[in-house]
Design a protein around this ligand. Structure first.
Ligand code: GDP
Length: 483
């Protein structure tokens, strides 16, 4: 069997032993499928995860602490020293967005000792195994904030609106003799960190605001992005983040491998496909072609993909039509290409090219695409299963080519632990970008809409100027990423 390289099924202690193996095959099998063992988690991250698991068990659904916290939420009043505090992550948009939102909320929960709860909608309860032993991370039915899934920029209880309307004040409670009483604080706040967040919403990333937020028992968070680089900007979190992640370019890599285990059905989709089409190849190349339902097939994008993969030496060039191969084709030098896309055209064209023409190197190139769903259908069960299986299959390849600005690709590269080749978005759809792709500076996802506001000076500021391990993203120049 090809997949021998890595036998550490717990990923260096990132995962804990003792889960029921039958309930989640992927948890302890996935390492067998990975040629790239990935980065090692720091001992401090491992110990912090074990402590967090204990917190989730002590305060999670079904416990007395959870019932008490729900009563408190129903009463609408804050309590001085709550036994447990919570953050609920809203699940919306595509699966890539939802995974990045959950990972972001989890890191925030770890940093602030909150219990993480996941909104089960959009099939979030049908895709993953439970990450924490002997408890659930899914929000149970009957949550008192019945309308939470519709919370938006206009919600009166959003932290940004409460600050703007002076319902709460972040400059109160900064010193110990200036602490707001519990009665001055709401039982919950909605944290709106969506693409359309206002300056007040983004004050979430400021130290004084974090001191205040700490005192609110329930937070509900909506984000469609990977807000983790923003957490690295909060001074109060920096020391802890340094200890947790001495390698700052591997934050999502560890969070992702810790949290997101395909459930048994999705794992069946992954392993059957992998074993049938990818396992035997000497090298596997994943190409993620992010297109949208209404877009016509684009010869320019096809050319961008073939130019990128051939110029960078990821796939062999082909000989002209009448060309004779220099070397006989050899199965020992085979490359399997996994294409994922909503459309089949790109895959069909590449497959035809490598059938009709010989490769210049004599390598055998096979192409495979698991599905072509044509349109995004977020929330439809079988569609979601396929999307998650395809992200996971991409993460099992050795080399990745991704579409710029796609959270689908970000999740795959983080789980894989590889820096992808990124297909840049064409400024003009009738031209092939030059260069067609570039190697990403890190495997971290990009935070597309980061705060651009200095907390102290209250004016626009570029955080990438002051923090050496945060850069603008190549695929979204206004975004920020950890490197
Ligand atoms: P993003 O929009 O590219 O950032 O990625 P998301 O995952 O958040 O949203 C795109 C959604 O479209 C996915 O969740 C899928 O539902 C669908 N989709 C896009 N590309 C693919 C693909 O290659 N394969 C499958 N099966 N679904 C896809």
């Amino acid at each position: 069997m090809q997949r021998t390289a890595h036998l550490d099924r717990l990923y260096g202690g990132l995962l804990v032993d003792g889960f029921d193996v039958e309930s989640c095959h992927s948890r302890y099998q996935s390492a067998m499928y990975r040629r790239n063992p990935g980065r090692r988690p720091s001992p401090y991250l491992i110990s912090k995860l074990r402590r967090h698991e204990a917190l989730q068990r002590r305060c999670g659904p079904g416990t007395a602490a959870y019932s008490n916290a729900l009563e408190q939420l129903k009463s609408g009043k804050s309590v001085a020293s709550p036994e447990c505090t919570y953050i609920l992550s809203i699940s919306y948009r595509g699966i890539g967005n939802r995974i990045l939102a959950a990972a972001s909320a989890f890191l925030y929960a770890v940093l602030t000792d909150r219990v993480l709860l996941i909104d089960p909608s959009n099939e979030m309860d049908e895709l993953f195994c439970e990450p924490f032993p002997n408890t659930t991370w899914l929000l149970p039915p009957g949550f008192p904030l019945t309308d939470y899934a519709n919370f938006s920029i206009d919600t009166a209880e959003s932290y940004g609106n409460m600050v703007k309307n002076k319902v709460i004040r972040s400059d109160v409670g900064v010193t110990d003799d200036d602490v707001p009483t519990a009665a001055q604080l709401p039982a919950f706040a909605y944290v709106h960190l969506n693409y359309d967040a206002t300056i007040e919403d983004n004050s979430f990333f400021c130290g004084d605001d974090q001191r205040l937020l700490r005192r609110i028992q329930w937070l509900v968070m909506r984000t469609d992005s990977y807000i983790v680089p923003g957490l690295f900007l909060v001074p109060a979190f920096q020391e802890e983040l340094d200890a947790l992640f001495p390698e700052r370019d591997a934050v999502f890599h560890h969070l992702g491998r810790y949290l997101f285990h395909p459930n048994n059905h999705v794992w069946g989709l992954v392993t059957r496909y992998y074993d049938t089409y990818l396992a035997a190849a000497r090298q596997r190349i994943g190409i993620q072609v992010r297109v949208f339902g209404g877009m016509p097939d684009s010869p320019e994008l096809l050319e961008q993909i073939t130019t990128c993969t051939q110029k960078e030496g990821l796939l062999p060039e082909v000989l002209p039509a009448a060309g004779e191969p220099i070397l006989p084709a050899s199965r020992a030098r085979s490359k399997a290409v996994l294409v994922t896309s909503l459309k089949s055209w790109y895959y069909e064209r590449m497959k035809s090219m490598y059938w009709e023409l010989a490769t210049a190197t004599g390598e055998v190139v096979s192409l495979h695409q698991p599905s072509h769903e044509e349109f995004q259908q977020s929330g439809a069960r079988s569609h979601e299963h396929k999307a998650w299986a395809e992200i996971y299959l991409l993460s099992l390849t050795d080399v990745l080519v991704t579409s710029g600005r796609s959270t689908f690709g970000y999740v795959a590269q983080g789980l894989a632990g590889v820096r992808p080749w990124v297909l840049y978005k064409a400024a003009n759809s009738s031209a092939v970008p030059d260069p067609p792709c570039g190697r990403d500076v890190s495997m971290e996802p990009c935070f597309h809409k980061p705060p651009g506001h200095d907390c102290r000076l209250k004016q626009w500021a570029d955080p990438s100027k002051d923090v050496p391990y945060i850069q603008h993203c190549d695929d979204a120049i206004w975004g920020l990423k950890l490197v």
